[in-house]
Design a protein around this ligand. Sequence first.
Ligand code: AMP
Length: 355
Amino acid sequence: MTQKNINDMLTSYDKKNLTICTVCSHSSLQIFNGARKEGFKTIGISVGEKKKFYDAFPLGKPDEFFIVNNYKDILKCTEELREKNAIIIPHGSFVEYLGADKFLELNLPTFGNRNVLSWESDRKKERIWLEGAGITMPQEIKDPKFIDKPVIVKYHGAKGGKGFFIAKTYEEFKKRIKKGKPYTIQEFVMGTRYYLHYFYSPIQDNAYKLKKGSLQLLSMDRRDETTIDEVQRLGSIAELEELGIHPTFVVTGNIPIVMRESLLPQVFKMGEGVVEKSLELFGGVIGSFCLETVVTEDLEFKVFEISARIVAGTNPYISGSPYSELIQSNMSTGRRIAQEIKYASKKNLLDKILT
Ligand code: AMP
């Protein structure tokens, strides 16, 4: 999908009747709610049937359900969605269910820069981007024989931390590793986790100013991960491991959090670096992105991952966070996305935020 295709598509769109469209999952309640607050119509793409639980949340329910047999069928329905002036808001499940390749092919205007995908999903490129942005990442251990401190082993493409494990020695690593699955070994960073939700606008200058556009911090969360976060109720990790019970890192929810105020300058410095480097590498990470961090006892950030779109960690903040309340009352990330689209449409700048 080239930018020219998207721009041509946009010329045929009725700008007074744009529709915000996403897959019914992940953060869709928030996206529909935010779009509604900004006066947009909404479409929820759903597989098989309309999802009944949306009836229980009228302010987060899409105006229209768009039913497909399976996610891949979205690609066949793009004409119909274009007639509805649909703008796609991608989220983690949207990209995962459709598949990254198909997401890149999707013939519809999509919020954010789709070029980010290859930089985010390839761990080597992600490191070039983030370290190039001046960020400290956990050390990578190239050869398991050199494990001499706690490490976390991550299988490539594993979603939601599934299958990840901690090892403290090479022996432990050998016992746990699944053969034939590509993996990365990272130093296990000791500290407290903060998942920082930023919003970068390349077209507005009314926040933390960057060389081009401006940056906001909308909220932050801590993930609730099963079983690692509660395993101590049964005994120490070491005790349990002796019995063959290993902690897992599967995300089941998100907990709201704020951080000590003196750390905020570092938060903005990291966000600034990430955006400036992304502009240089692939035209910029546009809109929402999240840095997944650990703060060490020396109050230093280590960033172990980036997500380049709205993350589910923004869901506790449908009516605003302690940070977004200092920007505008009652503003979620979903609403901020809708505002950006509204502003761009008014100023004829949609091609700067949609790809
Ligand atoms: P990820 O899929 O990279 O987001 O990792 C899943 C979970 O594993 C995170 O939410 C953290 O709880 C944990 N984790 C990942 N990388 C590290 C690291 N280098 N040090 C400590 N914990 C980590």
